[in-house]
Design a protein around this ligand. Sequence first.
Ligand code: CA
Length: 188
Amino acid sequence: MRNRHGVRAVLAAGLALAASLAPNPAAAAAHGCQGWMMYMVNSDFEASADGSAVPAWCTGEGPDAKGVDRGVGWSYAGANNAYIEATTTSRWNALTQHIVVPRDDTIELAAYVRTSSSVTAGYFGVRHKATGAVHREVRFGPLNVGYQRLSVRFPSEAGNDYTAFVGYWSPGGFSWLVVDEVTTRLVR
Ligand SMILES: [Ca+2]
């Protein structure tokens, strides 16, 4: 298993002049961690000014590091992916984005996720935004043999907002999660 710290050190030392990526207009127009209707904004994490922030996503759940890997070979598709990296805590950390549902329907939320071998309590799904109550979720981990596709289907009610989340309870010590291509679609 590659050491993410090592990869990041190499990046900092040798790729300081990495080519900038094409901006994502949708991400630039978004506020905070707000999606655009039922669609995820910056769903592929290709929009990232410097890797320290995750445009259109909220990173406030949990104390550990979150950001974007830019062009370091960790993505599922494109050049970039988002990451969570914990060192010594045993806390919940997650990336989140709100989904605004235009009508009653069924929506599938999917993502590609990979983790260190120590991650056994990962969760991916949606909450009710207003209450924070989990609406649908799947548990995962470890996903240490490569990216795996996760998905949940949830009934949606017009006028209710939901919060998509992907994260894990850190086992303590060094652990990480990488995620890419977070998408939604109507299920017919
Ligand atoms: Ca990507």
